[in-house]
Design a protein around this ligand. Structure first.
Ligand code: ADP
Ligand code: MG
Length: 728
């Protein structure tokens, strides 16, 4: 079973002068002093005054200056604000683009305020709510706040909303910016605070109507930047070597290493530990090291270990994903190793799906990363790429999420908020037209929008669930096919990370064992039923960790799935929507007695109603494992890890929920199942019915200029209008 951190016990090093003042965090008894030493402290009065006097205030400052942890506390301690906002007990929401940050910050602030987590200070993230009626400072993901807006579009339960990390330009924060601008106009008893790192300040200020701005000046020490190009597929090994070199040859300061994903971070920890042991075996005097990973999917108690100081003669080395770039600040970092890449969601416009892709970071991000070494002392940043890579391959700034991901869920949320004209929603930066069309189309195909682009009753139900609309659609279909319980488990399993345990490729014996273990669960119908079997077997084994370990299953993923399942179960209580197309199919199949009690068929039938646009037909001649997508004829190939590949029997029709691969024409199908073409034949005609212009309401779009007299006449004659619109 996985251990998250490794303490490497080496030779004890003599205590070095000055270490306390530089590296070690002052502790609880010194908390007041700690808070008053943060750069933001000098601005406390100014911040409070501006927030009292203005509906919107923007605050910027380098990461670590105290914005996230201190501003909500200042607000709570203010004596004027409750009077002005006419609230005896202020409630403050503070959003984070990342779940990890929401939890870590809530933990930290509850610790600073000496109150239990979930009492005065709490957090709320998707599938987990840790708040109570007493909670006044609520850290939450931007997605959760957006969802709350669906219930109460003026967010009347909050007096202040702080949109934190706005520079990250996460999709949900972007949307919230637009919504909260409207709330500010409607509610005199409300304040919006937007905080960000010192990036794109002008863009935000303009968007927010030139609101007052406070720029927190922090002290930044010199950071020496060194470049050395390495092959990107060896970045883990090189990063580890760089960390060990620093450990052996450089002075004080902990090491923060930026890698792209959880697997890389864990691998780096193992490799680092092994390498140190080998050095010791060769008789080298290696000082102690605390090796820690840091990434989103770790349990939060494990994450909090990175903040803890380690013994004085030990150096801390943290292998982290992008989380540590601006969201989390770890004190005492003297060295940064930057691999130059990031793993992020990117949208494939051809398939309408998002895939995780490893891409180069931007110049701005590279500078942010380097800056992490210079917060408390002069530092060094080792970049695992050349100067010319920095100059030529890296964009100036990162592409905002709204420009790169599938927008279905967002569009549905906006529609559910009764914003009809989504195209003219005041986005801080409008999404690409193509992506908007695609999202509308997807929503139309699953029946969430009608052909005019209005939200349907089904659409409202889908919007109320915290899942991608396609998954929610499957859940609703499963009510009809009486496979609800199975679909709940499946959707939960599909919402977690990889359920199979990663075995290093070099470890031949365990690779073989893992394969054998996987074979016990494989169902000939494909991956979806296979996933279900894994979940059910785990449940039958009392959710045992040891069982996961023996069967090479990722216990963490399964635990997550169980939690998600529990949450979803309580959400879909009484959805009764009549006239859904699956009723017809269900009745037909029942009449023909074609619907066995076999839950595998029922599950895959329900899956079709969320994903029939992802159906694909086998290529007829000889190319085993190649399929053509029904929606646009793209050629797709089954991934080697898929159940169907492992069994080597390729059915004529399949449906997939996960696709990877960066090129448009060669998608690799990761998670797929066999279906029958009859199941989708009533649905597929809809694929060619979508009139995109009508869906997004382009035909009705108002012109900015005054219409000419001629046009006014035409406008009265509906026939002319329709024809014109067609031509356009
Ligand atoms: P900002 O939001 O401006 O980036 P924060 O409010 O997150 O700054 O952090 C302020 C300070 O609190 C930083 O020095 C950071 O290192 C420290 N800090 C935050 N969380 C923790 C924690 N869990 N343990 C120890 N120190 C922390
Ligand atoms: Mg912050």
């Amino acid at each position: 079973i996985k251990k998250f951190f490794i303490q490497f016990k080496g030779f004890s090093k003599k205590k070095i002068e000055g270490i306390d003042s530089i590296c070690r965090m002052p502790y609880l008894n010194k908390m007041d002093q700690f808070a008053s030493e943060l750069p933001i402290h000098k601005y406390k009065d100014q911040i409070l005054q501006l927030i009292c006097e203005n509906p919107i205030v923007m605050i910027t400052g380098e990461p670590g200056s105290g914005k996230t942890t201190q501003i909500p506390q200042y607000l709570l301690e203010s004596s004027d604000l409750p009077r002005i906002l006419k609230s005896s007990k202020l409630k403050i929401a503070i959003t984070q683009p990342r779940r990890v940050a929401a939890i870590a910050m809530a933990r930290r602030v509850s610790y600073e305020r000496k109150c239990g987590l979930g009492k005065e200070v709490g957090y709320s993230i998707r599938f987990e709510d840790c708040t109570s009626s007493k909670t006044q400072i609520k850290y939450m993901t931007d997605g959760v706040l957006l969802r709350e807006a669906l219930q109460d579009n003026q967010l009347s339960r909050y007096s202040v909303v702080i949109l934190d990390e706005a520079h990250e330009r996460s999709l949900d924060t972007d949307i919230l910016l637009g919504l909260l601008k409207q709330v500010v106009q409607l509610r005199k008893d409300f304040r919006l605070v937007v905080t960000s790192a010192t990036l794109d300040i002008e863009l935000f200020q303009n968007y927010l109507g030139n609101c007052p701005l406070i720029q927190i000046e922090g002290r930044q020490y010199e950071v020496e930047v060194l470049h050395s190009a390495v092959k990107s597929d060896l970045r883990v090994e090189f990063a580890v070597n760089a960390a060990i070199r620093i450990h052996l040859h450089e002075g004080l300061g902990d090491v923060l290493v930026f890698l792209t994903g959880s697997e890389e971070c864990e691998k780096a920890c193992r490799v680092c530990f092994d390498t140190l042991q080998k050095l010791v075996a060769k008789g080298k005097p290696v000082p102690s090291m605390m090796i820690l990973p840091l990434y989103g999917a770790m349990p939060s108690e494990e994450q909090s270990k990175v903040f803890k100081p380690c013994p004085e003669d030990t150096r801390k080395v943290i292998f982290s994903t992008n989380i540590a770039e601006t969201s989390l600040t770890i004190n005492g970092i003297g060295f940064v190793i930057d691999c130059g890449y990031i793993k992020q969601k990117a949208y494939n416009p051809r398939t309408g799906l998002d895939a995780l892709m490893v891409t180069p970071i931007s110049k701005q991000q590279a500078k942010q990363r380097a800056g992490r070494a210079g917060r408390t002392q002069e530092g060094k940043c080792f970049r695992l790429y050349s100067e010319s890579f920095f100059e030529e391959q890296m964009a100036e700034s990162a592409v905002a999420e709204i420009k790169r991901v599938n927008l279905s869920s967002t569009i549905l949320t906006l529609k559910a908020l009764d914003i009809r004209d989504v195209i003219n929603f005041g986005f801080i930066e409008p999404p690409d037209h193509e992506a908007l069309l695609m999202a509308h189309k997807q929503l139309f195909l699953i029946g969430a929008l009608d052909e005019d682009g209005s939200i349907t009753e089904l659409g409202r139900s889908l919007a109320s669930l915290p899942l991608e609309p396609t998954y929610s659609r499957c859940l609703i279909a499963s009510l009809i096919f009486k496979s609800y319980s199975e679909m709940l488990s499946l959707v939960a399993m599909l919402s977690t990370e990889n359920i199979w345990q990663n075995v290093p490729k070099m470890d031949l014996e365990n690779t073989e064992n893992a394969k054998q273990a996987q074979l016990q669960f494989i169902d000939k119908s494909g991956d979806h039923v296979t996933y279900l079997k894994v979940f059910d077997s785990w449940r039958d084994n009392e959710y045992s960790e040891a069982w996961c370990y023996e069967n090479f299953i990722n216990a963490r993923a399964l635990r997550q799935a169980r939690d998600i399942r529990g949450q979803l179960k309580t959400m879909i209580k009484n959805f009764r929507i009549s006239g859904l197309p699956e009723e017809k199919l269900y009745n037909e199949l029942m009449e023909k007695k074609a619907l066995s009690s076999d839950s595998s068929i029922r599950l895959r039938l329900a899956l079709c109603f969320g994903f029939y646009m992802n159906a694909a037909r086998a290529v007829s001649y000889g190319q085993e494992g190649s399929y053509l997508s029904v929606s646009d004829g793209t050629m797709l190939h089954v991934d080697k890890q898929s159940s169907i590949s492992i069994l080597g029997k390729y059915p004529p029709w399949i449906i997939y929920t996960h696709l990877s691969g960066s090129t448009l024409s060669h998608g690799s199908l990761k998670v797929l199942s066999k279906i029958r073409s009859e199941w989708i034949e009533d649905l597929t005609p809809k694929l060619s019915q979508a009139n995109l212009e009508r869906l997004v309401g382009l035909q009705k779009q108002k012109r900015p200029r005054e219409p000419s007299i001629n046009e006014e006449k035409e406008a009265e004659d509906p026939a002319i209008k329709v024809n014109q619109a067609r031509e356009r």
